[in-house]
Design a binder for this molecule. Structure first.
Ligand code: PLP
Length: 397
């Protein structure tokens, strides 16, 4: 007899296919990190676990380049980190300047509005970095603004903005800053203390090459002070910084929610790998493999969306050659060659592909494999290609 609750086919343990992940995230997770996930689950107040938490916080401070005491992983993906910043820093009626040059800046606007805040947007064309002059003007026109928010590395376009300058402008106007470093952390310099940034969050699945679902975050003392002095409770219980301080703060370890222990072991391993490699080396590795990819793609006549000075090495948005079918090509890459690349989002859908070289995926063999497959697939799609030109060019870098 078939059950009303199960489909008719037999369900087996899930065994995902091996993929080469060269999209906007997740990136491939190295064996060391996968092994960490499989270690025994222990209590979230077990002394051994608490020691691991302290190490993790210290490794995270290194990655963020900060002395902020309040640096910890949020139990949730990058979107949870984003939301945590807004629900704690924006009260109803607060004015927030949001710099918007892609999809994720748009999500920040959504967050402000859902907190009952007033979002003033500073818009730049998708593919351009945030223009500091526009931010200056917006702050002049809105002297009552309390917060400035922007995305350091816009994953939807592949452009990065000058975080140091934007933070300085915000600070001079007496505003706190919320900075999205989901795609930048570990791939390009993120220097929280040097920038003077206040609330900075990232994601586990991009240049950290951990399993998805955790959001490293760091808050300056200025944020802690504002949170302590706010007149009403944060609208979210789960993301209330004041409550979370009881578990992740400097002194106490009291229950707030059950920590995702195994995920945190994996994150500890990822940050440890980053520390072993060294930040400078990790940044140089991302840049080098981007240069290989860029040289190979340009040899095929493919162009980038973003001008060179604002281009993210870990997220390459390239214009889909004319006459080439976007979806059919990506589907072929996945089904025939097991390679994932990203589609364009929003207004860039159908116009660009997003090639990620993030974390563990940022390797020379991956670049060469992708270029050789692209040469073949694009030639089949009618794009003029001289065989091996891209590979030869990339190898010369
Ligand atoms: N911010 C940026 C810049 C992102 O690229 C992403 C995800 O791609 C997010 C926020 C949201 O992160 P998550 O998908 O982990 O919730």
């Amino acid at each position: 007899m078939t059950s009303r609750f199960l489909p008719e086919q037999e369900i087996r343990p899930f065994s995902p296919p091996e993929r080469l992940l060269l999209g906007p995230g997740p990136s491939n997770v190295p064996r060391r990190v996968l092994d960490a996930l499989a270690r025994p689950t222990i209590g979230y107040l077990d002394p051994a676990f608490v020691t691991m938490m302290d190490e993790l916080k210290s490794l995270m401070r290194y990655a963020f380049q900060t002395h902020n005491a309040l640096t910890f992983p949020v139990s949730g993906p990058g979107s949870a980190g984003m939301e945590m910043c807004f629900v704690n820093l924006v009260s109803p009626g607060d004015k927030v300047i949001v710099c918007r040059n892609g999809v994720f800046g748009g999500r920040m606007v959504e967050n402000v509005e859902r907190c009952g805040g007033i979002a003033v947007t500073v818009d730049d064309r998708w593919g351009e970095p945030v223009d500091p002059n526009k931010l200056r003007e917006a702050l002049k026109a809105n002297p009552d603004a309390r917060v400035v928010a922007f995305v350091h590395a816009e994953t939807s376009t592949g452009a990065f903005s000058d975080a140091q300058t934007l933070c300085k402008i915000a600070q001079d106007a007496g505003c706190l800053t919320i900075v999205d470093c989901v795609t930048s952390l570990g791939g390009i310099p993120v220097q929280v203390d040097e920038w003077g940034a206040d609330a900075v969050y990232s994601g586990s699945q991009k240049c950290l090459s951990c399993a998805p679902g955790l959001s490293p975050i760091t808050f300056s003392d200025r944020v802690v002070e504002r949170v302590k002095n706010r007149s009403r409770k944060a609208q979210s219980w789960f993301l209330d910084l004041d409550l979370l301080l009881g578990y992740w703060g400097a002194t106490t370890r009291t229950y707030h929610h059950t920590a995702p222990n195994n995920g945190l072991y994996a994150l500890h391993e990822s940050f440890l790998m980053l520390r072993e490699e060294g930040l400078q080396q990790a940044w140089a590795r991302h840049r080098h493999h981007h240069n290989m990819l860029r040289t190979g793609l340009e040899a095929m006549g493919i162009q980038f969306l973003v001008k060179e000075s604002a281009r993210l090495p870990q997220l390459n948005a390239i214009l889909i050659p004319e006459g080439v079918d976007d979806k059919a090509t990506r589907t072929r890459l996945l089904s025939e060659f097991s390679i994932e690349i990203g589609a364009g989002l929003g207004e860039l859908a159908g116009k660009v592909w997003r090639i990620g070289l993030m974390g563990y995926s940022s390797r020379a063999d991956n670049v060469l494999q992708l270029l050789s497959v692209l040469e073949r697939v694009l030639a089949d799609a009618g794009h003029p290609i001289t065989p091996n030109t891209a590979l030869d060019a990339a190898q010369s870098v």
